[in-house]
Design a protein around this ligand. Structure first.
Ligand code: KIV
Length: 255
């Protein structure tokens, strides 16, 4: 078992909560790293909050590689995980090749979306020696088929399906699993049923750790804030304020 996998299981055993935030550029990565965050994720949320796409389905691997390289330059301490972008892990061989390219770009681990459906890909990546974070519940890369960002695991059948996903990714060798927008009681049951840490986003407090999109946390994407996020600061407002001051000062000055 790799050091990463053993470390994270051990933290769960000790009841130490795991903290994770996203970064897509050097300064944000460096600031988060210096702040003591455990995991920095180059998420494919990059597509929406940086590149201006409608969702993550348009993100290309080349874009993930470019931003992973930038983030890697800023990270000294935290575990750097990068997302496998859509359509780059349809087969185990493709998944290993994509993971290998992200590792070359500076990632220490990778994340993919899927549970029982992606066991072969997870096993192949882990066998290739790359720590794997799984992602179940609401899967943003499937948002178009799903018709929106909906809560998962609300019904007994939905909860059972998610439990099966969580057990499958654990058995396949994932070192942790993101639970995205999962009903809190289901997230609690999953957390109690597996030995690897659950990292929740919009899934209530009973997870082993929490992850957020940093731009939501700091109010730097003011056009859309998920219901479960309360921004700690409002950076977008500060940028607007600074730009207005600069514009007024420049226009008001004499040439
Ligand atoms: O892409 C992303 O930022 C993510 C997190 C929200 C978990 O997958």
């Amino acid at each position: 078992m790799s050091r990463t996998m053993e470390d994270f299981r051990e933290r769960k055993r000790r009841g130490q909560r795991i903290t994770a935030l996203t970064a897509y550029d050097y300064p944000t990565a460096r600031l988060l790293d210096e702040s003591g965050i455990d995991i920095i994720l180059v998420g494919d949320s990059l597509g929406m909050v940086v590149l201006g796409y409608q969702d993550t389905t348009q993100v290309k691997l080349e874009e993930m590689l470019h931003h992973t390289r930038a983030v890697a330059r800023g990270v000294k301490r935290a575990l750097l995980v990068a997302d496998l972008s859509i359509d780059t892990y349809d087969t185990p061989a493709a998944a290993v090749e994509t993971a290998r390219r992200l590792v070359e770009a500076g990632a220490e681990g990778v994340k993919l979306e899927g549970g029982t459906t992606h066991v072969a890909q997870i096993e192949a990546i882990v066998r290739a020696g790359v720590p794997l974070m799984a992602h179940i519940g609401m899967l943003p890369q499937s948002v178009r088929q799903e018709g929106g960002y909906k809560v998962k695991g609300r019904t007994p059948v939905g909860a059972e399906r998610l439990l099966a996903d969580a057990r499958a990714v654990e058995k396949a060798g994932a070192f942790s699993v993101v639970l995205e927008i999962v009903a809190a009681e289901t997230a609690r049951q999953i957390t109690a049923s597996i030995a690897i840490p659950t990292i929740g986003i919009g899934s209530g407090e009973y997870c082993d750790g929490q992850i957020l999109v940093t731009r939501d946390l700091i109010g730097l994407f003011p056009w859309f804030t998920p219901k479960f996020v309360s921004p700690e600061v409002h950076v977008a407002e500060e940028i607007r304020r600074a730009a207005r001051i600069f514009i007024e000062r420049t226009r008001g000055s004499v040439c």
